[in-house]
Design a protein around this ligand. Structure first.
Ligand SMILES: *Cc1c(COP(=O)(O)O)cnc(C)c1O
Length: 233
């Protein structure tokens, strides 16, 4: 039997240990629970342990859970690929979007963000390992995209997100995370308000934190393996 509460304790201590080893304060890294394919009941269980930030990849599935759990003080992050016809519902129902990789999507989110809500927090997804057919803008496009997004209303650009090429080799994981950190630090020279590096998943939480992650996106290590046809993302 998987215990979500035990997993939560274990992931929290893994984050705390990594912060300590990296000489970073423990509150420098925020745990984002990736809840795609999980039921509202599983989210509720994790929330009971103290988790408030949840991330979803698929809009309809997310909206069902957002509705089911609307009484709870949850903060919703969208981390999946974004089609133009989905931007309105994303702008209306989420606090964060980590997967913006083109200006067209940012413009629509800015136009469609309801005025009564605070600005939508945005991370630009960067294809840091330059993989073919992978979401994310290129390293070379990033500065330009930042410049354009910072001019849009109703959005608050926070930083960069990446899903590096899958590898078991720690040195390669470190290199990809270091490249994203270096890119953010270059961008911060012109945009010092950028404060977010969304990187690291269940298998590479530690190297991500060592390289400066401020948000780690963790699914499997909290909820157990996904048994779902679309679960590989
Ligand atoms: C599914 C997913 C995660 C979490 O992956 P795990 O290996 O289950 O921790 C993180 N980020 C994104 C963008 C995802 O799609």
């Amino acid at each position: 039997m998987i215990s979500i509460a035990n997993n939560f304790t274990q992931v929290r201590s893994e984050i705390a240990n990594a912060c300590q080893r990296a000489n970073r304060p423990i509150d420098a890294v925020q745990l984002l629970a990736v809840s795609k394919t999980r039921t509202a009941a599983q989210l509720l269980e994790l929330h009971s342990s103290g988790q408030n930030h949840f991330a979803e990849n698929y809009l309809q599935e997310a909206l069902d859970k957002i509705t089911a759990l609307s009484e709870l003080p949850l903060i919703w992050h969208f981390i999946g690929p974004i089609q133009s016809n989905k931007t309105r519902a994303i702008a209306e129902n989420f606090s964060w979007v980590h997967s913006v990789d083109r200006i067209k999507i940012a413009r629509r989110l800015a136009e469609q963000r309801p005025q009564h809500l605070p600005p939508l927090n945005i991370c630009i997804q960067v294809n840091i390992s330059a993989e073919a057919n992978k979401a994310g803008c290129s390293i070379e496009q990033t500065a330009d995209l930042i410049e354009q997004i910072t001019q849009l209303p109703n959005l608050k650009l926070r930083g960069l997100m990446a899903i590096p090429k899958a590898t078991q080799i720690t040195a390669e994981q470190q290199r990809a995370f270091a490249a994203l950190a270096e890119l953010l630090s270059q961008c911060q020279q012109q945009y010092p308000a950028l404060d977010t590096l969304s990187m690291g998943m269940s298998a590479d939480i530690v190297p991500a934190i060592e390289q400066g992650a401020t948000i780690v996106r963790v699914g499997t290590a909290l909820f157990g393996p996904r048994n779902y046809p679309n679960s590989s993302v």
